[in-house]
Design a binder for this molecule. Structure first.
Ligand SMILES: Nc1ncnc2c1ncn2[C@@H]1O[C@H](COP(=O)(O)OP(=O)(O)OP(=O)(O)O)[C@@H](O)[C@H]1O
Ligand SMILES: [Mg+2]
Length: 321
């Protein structure tokens, strides 16, 4: 049970200072055996980072086993992690090694570790403390040599407070926490990632590459990407398919990106500019949308035509419109 389909060609793209700093930490922890806890919003690349840690570690030639804890039904979790003996329970018709033993000499990646039930957390703690793994139905535990990397987008310390996550396990896993930044914090990485994925996906679909205009790229840059890199990749795939070999301008972008970027621009104006700037912006937008029709623009703004004329004169906009 893996958490996604990754290939050996998947690699980490990004040159923003915050991302480069993260990569430096990744290289440092990769050389050690320490437990790593990857934190960060959904779609920020936690699984890719876990793979990168493994790939840069002395265990690189050994297995990397990824397990999505959220997808484990409670009654199967123990046997999936630690294995079971033949006949240990009804349905256990043959011996199963479990995911931890399958990672012998390599790395096990426990994704969404916050979703494990409290009894399984206790068993995982025991494994982390003495590296012993006891399969369901086995009389004696066996030692395994496996490195553990865990990830979560939940606030584990809050879960500890609420009694939903064991404090001792939290400390065991949280030796080196690494935070994967959201895409909006990674300034400058959007164009890099767009180019990377557009090229990769155009090749994959055997389609000619679309050309993103400067204005569209500026819009993509301003958008706040709540789904992070996963969302960006999906947008690239859509554009590669729908705009193959053509230009991608602002109007070809998904609506939520056009609107999201416009809203961001407005709130930037609000944060940076004066009330006067805002007013000028609103009036200009309204006139633009009504193709210069002052009566319609005034209605759009919720003011009278006289007030609009007065404002236009006041801000010296009258000549332009
Ligand atoms: N730095 C990066 N460069 C290129 N692609 C990336 C990068 N980080 C993530 N991706 C891609 O983004 C997608 C989401 O990444 P990943 O599954 O690792 O995120 P996640 O943090 O584990 O998300 P979730 O919390 O939802 O499981 C994948 O397709 C991955 O290949
Ligand atoms: Mg993941």
């Amino acid at each position: 049970m893996t958490t996604g389909s990754y290939t050996s060609t998947d690699h980490l793209v990004g040159s923003s200072p915050v991302f480069q700093a993260l990569l430096r930490s990744v290289r440092i922890v990769a050389a050690t055996e320490v437990a790593v806890l990857l934190l960060g919003e959904s779609g920020t690349g936690k699984e890719l980072l876990a793979r990168e840690i493994h790939r840069s570690s002395p265990r690189a030639d050994q297995p990397f086993i990824s397990l999505n804890c959220a997808a484990l039904p409670e009654q199967l979790a123990e046997s999936e992690l630690f294995g079971h003996c033949k006949g240990a329970f009804s349905g256990a018709d043959r011996h199963y090694d479990g995911r931890i033993r399958a990672a012998e000499k390599g790395t096990v990646f426990l994704d969404e570790v916050g979703e494990l039930s409290l009894p399984i957390q206790a068993k995982l703690l025991r494994f982390l403390e003495c590296r012993e793994c006891q399969a369901v139905g086995e009389t004696r535990p066996r030692t395994v040599d496996v490195r553990v990397i865990a990830a979560t987008n939940r606030d584990l310390s809050e879960m500890v407070q609420l009694g939903l996550f064991r404090k001792d396990l939290y400390y065991r896993l949280n030796i080196v926490p690494l935070e994967s930044p959201s895409l909006k914090e990674r300034s400058g990485d959007v164009p890099l990632l767009m180019n990377h994925y557009m090229k990769q996906l155009a090749e994959q679909h055997n389609l000619p590459l679309p050309a993103v205009t400067k204005a569209a790229m500026a819009c993509l840059n301003r958008y706040n990407w709540p789904g992070n890199i996963r969302e960006l990749r999906n947008v690239c795939e859509r554009l590669v398919i729908l705009r193959a070999g053509q230009q991608v301008d602002v109007t070809n972008l998904p609506l939520e990106i056009q609107c999201g970027a416009a809203a961001m621009k407005q709130s930037e104006n609000l944060a940076n500019g004066s009330l006067k700037d805002m007013e000028v912006q609103l009036i200009t937008d309204a006139l633009h949308r009504t193709r210069g029709n002052r009566t319609h623009a005034a209605r759009l703004l919720g003011i009278t035509r006289d007030t609009l004329n007065y404002r236009l004169k006041k801000h010296a906009l009258a000549e332009a419109h």
